[in-house]
Design a protein around this ligand. Sequence first.
Ligand code: FES
Length: 162
Amino acid sequence: MAAVTDEEMAVVDTILEKYGLSESKLIPILAEIQEHFRYVPTKAMAHVAQKLGVPAAKIYGVATFYAHFALEPKGKFVIKVCDGTACHVKGSTKIIDALYEKLGVNAESKTTKDQLFTVETVSCLGACGLAPVMLVNEDVYGQVKADKAAEIVDSIIEAEKA
Ligand code: FES
């Protein structure tokens, strides 16, 4: 896991100041921290606790309560494969298996070692007419087949090398 630098901790300070060092703004504070780091680092939580004068366990409790917050670093590209009913019926499992195999990840260890990809499954993305659906960050791909999912990953890897 990448260490959080002092420079990055200054980012946390800026976020805290923006919210007036207010404990009542803890959720937006954690959300902005996550936006910056792509997860909520333990060191950042400890820093928030110290600055707000609240126990670190409380910050950790809030961060773990909300599924929105990731406590482990995610990849630069977060792939969300819908496994809601419509997508499941149309073969989402094959997409998930193909991505797991291609990227060497699984349901427990979702992020590639180079931290380029995270593969997650989600319930209905609200685009059932396009089933099976997958998202790569904000980009939506509909009627995806396993080989198409692998091609999308390949094109991202190629673009990253360029
Ligand atoms: S079930 Fe996948 S978008 Fe609705």
